[in-house]
Write a protein that binds this ligand. Structure first.
Ligand SMILES: CCCCCCCC/C=C\CCCCCC(=O)SCCNC(=O)CCNC(=O)[C@H](O)C(C)(C)COP(=O)(O)OP(=O)(O)OC[C@H]1O[C@@H](n2cnc3c(N)ncnc32)[C@H](O)[C@@H]1OP(=O)(O)O
Ligand SMILES: Cc1cc2nc3c(=O)[nH]c(=O)nc-3n(C[C@H](O)[C@H](O)[C@H](O)COP(=O)(O)OP(=O)(O)OC[C@H]3O[C@@H](n4cnc5c(N)ncnc54)[C@H](O)[C@@H]3O)c2cc1C
Length: 664
């Protein structure tokens, strides 16, 4: 029934103040106000309508993205929205497009790697969108291995120019978002060559298309790489290819904050670590962690509301059937995902702090925390995006058959989200970076250099290698120090086992290659420890609002104990817990599920998502699912006529067994 809240009973059960939880989820009252206002603004503006996306052709979808993006920019300018409001507008617009790469990578690359003069010149144009930029790093032949890029930028001292060239087919740029059809400019990563010497990969600002008629400049071949996974979804983005044929740019278009080429062609490397050329990727990996919590929360919101609406079995004497959310199996699959959404939110907040801290240090030429910032952003990007992709798919299954309908919102969410496991660094490749960092830290134990930050626990190696978990009863698993000790001991023991096995090889690189799978598992264990420890730190801090802290505690322990359950092999094989303690953890988990159950719908309401943003009939705020499923079905073009096109051509001849031209 229209106007009726079918989930009202669920909402009345809540034991905490949802409005207070909304503030915790958003990060602050101010952040909540901005999100709330902008999401409602987008939801009510017809230009941002998105329900028809799956039925659009690629060309229609692309044009629709242009329309929305330019309209969003007009609103940002006319209403003088702040940067924060502008970002929210793009998030709630919910359609991947060139704006993401222009603002998310092109502008940050110039800010991070350009000199002051370069910033003044290029940012003044980019900030007004008088030029549109993308981030062109990946090539057909190399994405993960950035040092393997083949595009060259050869300095020509006669003309004071760089000659950009794609020497092979595999050196074609391939994948950059916004490149295919929209961008006028790109930050291109290419091997810098001066006086015949290769100085490795550097960034260059390159104009690609005419600012008058948008045609590619002579010497440039450019286009879209074609359809990607799913309908609608990421196909709104013009991921592109690009080839240079001896294309010339002025010398001052090399991004020269980190190293320079003089008029004479002399290469001057600064004394900062060369890895700062990867700085834009580090910054985006950090934002991807917060976006993981957002995507997972969307899926969980849909699955939770629908699980409360959906009834199946359990009716006695013709009475009402059981809500599927009451099945323990449903809770065992759903509530850890709900807990993960909150966990990723809080680790995302912490990572933002870490990133801000390292940025300030770099500005003061303090590079000490750079390796840790790289390991944390890489590892947490990898861990949270993998868990989120799996989680969205699990939410689809939690919604049964209807989850497979496009209008559930889940297929498109999955299709848009899943490349996050690959872009901005393949998730396995990134965990191997964490593993390298851990092996280095382990090798330095006992050298007098105490591990700091997220590896500080390794400084207590003597204790953690010997200790036995003190858990004796199920409630002990609600003791933060016991939970932390189990995770620390598992992570440390796995890392030390890898280090010991590595030391058996004469050639360390060969050993590393042999042990890749174990190293990835050790890295994941370390990352999970970080997430658990940041969640615990959150619930041990000050949290306002009636009943809010209690709910967050429940979610925190669900997050930790479900990981323990899922990775029990690690915990048992490292003797971090005994089988009896593991079974006490499962007992405690069941009790936590019962405590979360009456609060589940309110806990997803706290995300404050509009129906527009969710884009899901199953996840509607009012729970009015069945009539709306019918409405959606009737909108399908196949239902425009009762007798379909093709009846006379195929169906009728078939059932009449009358195939005029068939030679059987
Ligand atoms: C709607 C609003 C949206 C808001 C904004 C969102 C933005 C848009 C979001 C999504 C859109 C999609 C965008 C997608 C864009 C892309 O995909 S861009 C391309 C991304 N490409 C990659 O991520 C490539 C991955 N590969 C690498 O990063 C590197 O090749 C590597 C790290 C795997 C290896 O680098 P290499 O130089 O070969 O290093 P190693 O020999 O392994 O290591 C040498 C040492 O350097 C350290 N290190 C490596 N990387 C970094 C770093 N980034 N920072 C600091 N240090 C680094 C490494 O640990 C080694 O240290 P040691 O010598 O001490 O061991
Ligand atoms: C939707 C999307 C948008 C993108 N946008 C951009 C963009 O805007 N700009 C840009 O420059 N790029 C972009 N990319 C490219 C992206 O960054 C790369 O695809 C990504 O870095 C992975 O590199 P790859 O494709 O070379 O994978 P590969 O490295 O070829 O990976 C293939 C397999 O090999 C494995 N593997 C590779 N190396 C190792 C190793 N050392 N050890 C163990 N296993 C290994 C991987 O785990 C994976 O299973 C985008 C990609 C996608 C999908």
């Amino acid at each position: 029934m229209e106007g009726v809240d079918h989930l009202a009973d669920e909402r009345n059960k809540a034991e905490f103040n949802v409005d207070d939880m909304k503030i915790i989820w958003a990060g602050s009252r101010h952040a909540f106000d901005v999100s709330n206002r902008i999401s409602r603004f987008v939801a009510t503006d017809p230009v941002f309508e998105k329900s028809n996306r799956a039925l659009m052709t690629r060309k229609e979808l692309f044009k629709n993205t242009l329309k929305k993006s330019v309209y969003a920019w007009k609103i940002i300018k006319e209403l003088r929205l702040s940067d924060e409001e502008g970002i929210k507008l793009r998030i709630f617009m919910d359609q991947p497009g060139f704006l993401d790469l222009h603002w998310g990578m092109f502008v940050p690359a110039i800010k991070g790697q350009g000199t002051e003069e370069q910033q003044q010149k290029w940012l003044s144009l980019a900030n007004k969108m008088q030029i549109i930029g993308c981030y062109a790093q990946t090539e057909l032949g190399h994405g993960s291995n950035v040092q393997g890029l083949e595009t060259t930028a050869t300095f020509d001292p006669k003309t004071d120019q760089f000659i950009m060239h794609s020497p092979t087919q595999t050196s074609s740029k391939w994948w950059p978002g916004g490149l295919g059809k929209v961008s006028t400019h790109a930050v291109v990563y290419a091997r810098l060559i001066t006086n015949g010497k290769d100085h490795g990969v550097h960034g260059f600002i390159v104009q690609l298309r005419s600012l008058d008629d948008h045609s590619p400049l002579p010497g440039i071949t450019i286009g879209d790489i074609g359809m990607k996974f799913g309908n609608g979804a990421y196909n709104s983005m013009d991921n592109g290819f690009l080839m240079f044929n001896q294309f010339r740019i002025p010398r001052d278009q090399m991004l020269m904050r980190l190293s320079k080429v003089t008029r004479e062609g002399k290469y001057i490397a600064s004394d900062v670590p060369r890895q700062l050329v990867y700085g834009t990727m580090v910054s985006v990996r950090q934002t991807i962690v917060s976006k993981a919590s957002d995507a997972l929360a969307r899926a969980v919101c849909i699955a939770t509301r629908y699980s409360a609406v959906r009834r199946q079995f359990g009716s006695e004497n013709g009475g009402i059937e059981t809500q599927v959310i009451d099945y323990k199996t449903q809770q065992n699959r759903l509530f850890p995902l709900l807990a993960s959404a909150y966990a990723f939110r809080f680790v995302g907040e912490w990572l933002k702090w870490l990133y801000t801290d390292v940025t300030q240090r770099l500005e003061a030429s303090d590079f000490v925390t750079l390796p840790e910032a790289h390991a944390c952003t890489a590892g947490l990007k990898s861990m949270t995006t993998s868990a989120t992709s799996d989680g969205i798919e699990e939410c689809r299954k939690l919604c049964g058959g209807h989850g497979y309908l496009w209008c559930s919102g889940l297929p498109e969410l999955f299709a848009v989200y899943v490349p996050a496991c690959t872009y901005e660094g393949d998730n396995v490749v990134l965990q191997l970076q964490v593993a390298r960092f851990l092996m280095k830290t382990v090798s330095q134990l006992g050298s007098g250099k105490a591990p700091a930050g997220t590896t500080a626990y390794m400084g207590r190696a003597q204790h953690l290698l010997q200790c036995r978990s003190g858990v004796q009863k199920a409630e002990d698993w609600l003791n933060p120090s016991m939970v932390l000790e189990a995770f620390e001991s598992r992570a440390l023991r796995m890392a030390i086992t890898c280090a010991k096995n590595l030391s058996k090889f004469e050639n360390q690189e060969q050993g590393f290659s042999e042990l890749l799978a174990d190293l990835v598992e050790a890295a994941i264990a370390h990352c999970q420890l970080i997430v658990v420890s940041k969640f615990i730190a959150k619930i041990e801090g000050e949290i306002e609002g009636k009943g809010v802290k209690k709910q967050l505690k429940n979610l925190c322990y669900i997050y930790a104990l479900h990981l323990l359950h899922k990775h029990l092999g690690d915990f048992l094989s490292t003797n971090s817990v005994t089988p009896e303690q593991a079974s006490l953890a499962s007992h405690q988990l069941r009790s936590l599920y019962s405590q979360v159950r009456p609060n589940a719908v309110a806990l997803v309401d706290a995300f404050d998502y509009t129906d527009h943003y969710l884009g899901s009939v199953l996840g509607r705020y009012d729970g009015n699912v069945y009539p709306k499923l019918f409405e959606e079905a009737l909108k399908d073009p196949l239902n425009d006529s009762v007798v379909p096109d093709g009846y006379h051509e195929y169906i009728r001849p078939l059932i009449k067994q009358n195939f005029p031209s068939a030679k059987l």
